[in-house]
Design a protein around this ligand. Structure first.
Ligand code: IPM
Ligand code: MG
Length: 358
C-alpha cells in the first residue's frame, strides 16, 4: 500500500526532527512492505518569510489530500511580536486544527524505565510509575471564542476572550476519553473548574451522563487546581485525563515535565475520521536549531502514533516504539537527557540508531 503523508517541517528544530521521523518511516516501509509518499506543506514562520502569511492558502486542502500529517514545530522569536494574526506562526497551528476538525488531542505521558532517573519527582513517587493519557479538547473553548479589545470611559483599554462549549463538543471529546480508557486501565478523570465556570458545569453534566453509559470505566471529577497538584503529588493515580482546551494546554506541559524530558513526548490530534496530525509536544527550540542537538524521539514516537491511529498499523507502531526503547537501553542519549555514563549522540545519530534497530 502507498500512504500519502503531509510533512509540515516548520521552524527551528522542526525540519531536523521531521527528517529523522522520515528516516524511520522509510525503514518501516522496507521492513513491512509499505511506501510513504511525502508532500511538503510549509506553515508557520517559514511560510511568513516565503509568502507573507503563516497559513498559506490551500494548506488545509493539501493536508486533506493526505492520509496523515506530521508536524515538527512552528514559531520562534523572529516572528514573535506581530499584532497581525496572519503574521503569527501560532495562527497557522490553530487554523489547521480547526480546518481539519481535529478536536481530540491525545498526549500520552509515560515514564520510561531507561529514563527513570530523569523524573524530577521524589524517587518513591517515581517508583509508582507514570503512564497517563491526557485527552485535551482542541478546537473549542477560549482559544476560539470571540476576542475583543476596546476603550472604556474610565478604566482604560479592556480586553476579553469568550469561553464557550456546547454539549456536542463536550460529548464527542468525552466519548473519545472513555473509549481510550477501555483500552487502558479503565479510569477517567475529568478536569474542570465547575466551582466557578458555567462552561465547566455543563462539561461536568455531560461527563456524568457518559460515566453512566460507560459504567465499566471508573470516573472522577477533579478541579483543575487540584489536578495540577495531584500531577506532582502522585501521578500514578491517573490513567486517562480529559479536559478542555486551555486547561489541557497547561496540564499537558506539566505532565510532560514529570516524565523527564519534553523532547520525548508525542501527540496526536484526531477528528472523526482516520486522518490525524502528529507532532512532538515540544516547540521549535530556536536556541539549538540547526546544530544537530535536538532530541528526535518525540517526533519519532509521534510517527508511531500516526501508524497506530491513522494508518491502522499496530505492529509497525509497536516496532517503532521498541526501536526507541532499544536505543535508550543501549545508552544513547541526546543532550537533553544525557547522564554520566551514557553515550552522547546528535539528532541524526539518534534517528539513525532507531532506524537501524528496526
Ligand atoms: C500546544 C502549544 C500551542 C497551544 C500554542 C503554540 C498555540 O502550546 O500545542 O500546546 O497552546 O495549543
Ligand atoms: Mg502548549
Amino acid at each position: 500500500m502507498n500512504y500519502k503523508i503531509a510533512l509540515i517541517r516548520g521552524d527551528g528544530i522542526g525540519p531536523e526532527v521531521v527528517g529523522e521521523a522520515v528516516k524511520v518511516l522509510e525503514q518501516v516501509g522496507k521492513k513491512f512492505g509499505h511506501t510513504f509518499t511525502n508532500t511538503d506543506v510549509p506553515i508557520g514562520g517559514c511560510a511568513i518569510d516565503a509568502v507573507g502569511k503563516s497559513y498559506p492558502d490551500g494548506t488545509a486542502e493539501a493536508c486533506k489530500a493526505c492520509d496523515a500529517v506530521l508536524l515538527g514545530a512552528v514559531g520562534g522569536p523572529k516572528w514573535g511580536h506581530s499584532t497581525d494574526p496572519e503574521k503569527r506562526p501560532e495562527t497557522a497551528l490553530l487554523s489547521i486544527r480547526k480546518d481539519l476538525g481535529l478536536y481530540a488531542n491525545l498526549r500520552p505521558a509515560a515514564l520510561r524505565p531507561a529514563l527513570a532517573d530523569a523524573c524530577p519527582l521524589k524517587k518513591e513517587t517515581a517508583d509508582k510509575g507514570i503512564d497517563l493519557m491526557m485527552v485535551r479538547e482542541l478546537t473549542g473553548g477560549i482559544y476560539f471564542g470571540q476576542k475583543e479589545r476596546y476603550q472604556t470611559e474610565d478604566r482604560g483599554e479592556e480586553a476579553s476572550d469568550r469561553m464557550a462549549y456546547s454539549e456536542k463538543e463536550i460529548e464527542r471529546i468525552g466519548r473519545r476519553a472513555f473509549e481510550l480508557a477501555r483500552l487502558r486501565r479503565k479510569k477517567v478523570a475529568s478536569v474542570d473548574k465547575a466551582n466557578v465556570l458555567e462552561t465547566s458545569r455543563l462539561w461536568r453534566q455531560v461527563m456524568h451522563r457518559l460515566a453512566e453509559e460507560y459504567s465499566d470505566v471508573e470516573y472522577e471529577d477533579v478541579l483543575v487546581d487540584n489536578a495540577a497538584m495531584q500531577l506532582v503529588r502522585d501521578p500514578s493515580q491517573f490513567d486517562v485525563i480529559v479536559t478542555e482546551n486551555l486547561f489541557g494546554d497547561i496540564l499537558s506541559d506539566e505532565a510532560s515535565q514529570i516524565t523527564g524530558s519534553i523532547g520525548m513526548l508525542p501527540s496526536a490530534s484526531l477528528g472523526d475520521g482516520t486522518r490525524g496530525l502528529y507532532e512532538p509536544i515540544h516547540g521549535s527550540a530556536p536556541d539549538i536549531a540547526g546544530q544537530d542537538k535536538a532530541n528526535p524521539i518525540g517526533m519519532i514516537l509521534a510517527a508511531a502514533m500516526m501508524l497506530r491511529y491513522s494508518l491502522d498499523m499496530p505492529a509497525e507502531a509497536d516496532a517503532v516504539e521498541a526501536a526507541v526503547n532499544t536505543a535508550l537501553e543501549s545508552g544513547l542519549r541526546t543532550g537533553d537527557i544525557l547522564e554520566p555514563g551514557k553515550t552522547a549522540v546528535g539528532c541524526a545519530g539518534m534517528g539513525q540508531a532507531i532506524a537501524a534497530n528496526l
